[in-house]
Ligand binder design. Structure first.
Ligand code: ARG
Length: 286
């Protein structure tokens, strides 16, 4: 990752560990909430009236928190009539210079696809998945914890079989994660890796097989409570030593993260929660 100083021995294990995520995050893409509203219902959270100026302030604060943590933010122009385009995380999964494009489950969001493809093309990405017939919702369901491990959510929005195609993006392990609860319809609503061995997770959201597999692979899993899960605490972004999460994270969870070398920054995401999204949904990792 260009622009970062070399790690020295004296920085210790903790620094090396937390740098893994930073290495994956040279920059991110966000879409301003100019046309964001709740116009239809495609997940159990959707409802209520969005206060647009408030949504803009919350989005600005999130952007500032990301930049402050050390990652530059690029933006893509929103399109009127595509209210969920603000959740750009769902546009695809990026691996080095390649991107596997999304194919949305619901027709309400399919209009976003062409705008994302255009942006990926203009920005020099090698686009894969154009011929795929399978549903795939990008960074909402798929995320790299390290360059060699892809966590691969499937069920409500993404078809399991698509990961056979996504595996061709590079050399990494794919860990299939079966989602089991309607409220936690994307992997990033119930799982958030923070370093190679640590993740926030909401265990009831997964099948038993997935729970076992996660426990084996991640010795420092931090389980969150029902209240935290409903506050979308897992919908967080890790940048180096900072975890940016929606408000509602318990003191106990903050302490556990702190023991692992992370500090927490909370962002109010109330307006985006009306559409079933928060911090992580608003950001595409490039
Ligand atoms: N209303 C959007 C949908 O249902 C929310 C997307 C949230 N994105 C995410 N990465 N979890 O598709």
């Amino acid at each position: 990752f260009k622009g970062e100083t070399e790690v020295t021995e004296s920085n210790g294990d903790r620094d090396k560990m937390s740098r893994a995520i930073g290495k994956l995050l040279p920059r991110v893409l966000m879409v301003p909430p100019k046309y964001f509203k709740v116009e239809y219902n495609i997940n159990p959270w959707m409802g209520g009236v969005v206060d647009q100026p408030k949504a803009q302030r919350q989005w600005d604060d999130l952007r500032k928190a990301i930049e402050k943590a050390g990652v530059p933010v690029q933006t893509l122009e929103p399109v009127d009539g595509l209210p969920d385009m603000v959740f750009v995380c769902n546009s695809g999964i990026v691996h080095n210079n390649k991107v596997f494009q999304s194919k949305f489950r619901h027709k309400e969001r399919q209009g976003e696809e062409q705008h994302y493809i255009k942006w990926f093309k203009e920005n020099g990405f090698d686009i894969q998945g154009a011929d795929s017939k399978l549903c795939f919702e990008g960074g909402g369901d798929a995320c790299f914890s390290t360059p060699d491990t892809l966590w691969a959510g499937f069920g409500p929005r993404t078809d399991k079989a698509v990961y056979e195609q996504i595996a061709k993006l590079g050399k990494f392990d794919t860990v299939l994660c079966e989602l089991a609860l309607p409220n936690f319809y994307h992997l990033d609503t119930c799982f958030c890796p923070v370093d190679e061995t640590t993740a926030l997770w909401y265990p009831p959201a997964f099948s038993e097989k997935t729970r076992k597999e996660m426990s084996v692979r991640l010795p420092h899993l931090i389980a969150i409570s029902d209240a935290e899960a409903n506050a979308f605490v897992c919908n967080a972004i890790t940048i180096r030593n900072t975890v940016i999460s929606p408000i509602g994270i318990a003191k106990e969870t903050v302490n556990k993260l702190s023991d692992r070398g992370f500090n927490v920054v909370e962002c109010d995401m109330s307006e985006f929660m009306k559409a079933g999204g928060a911090c992580q949904c608003l950001v595409l990792k490039l």
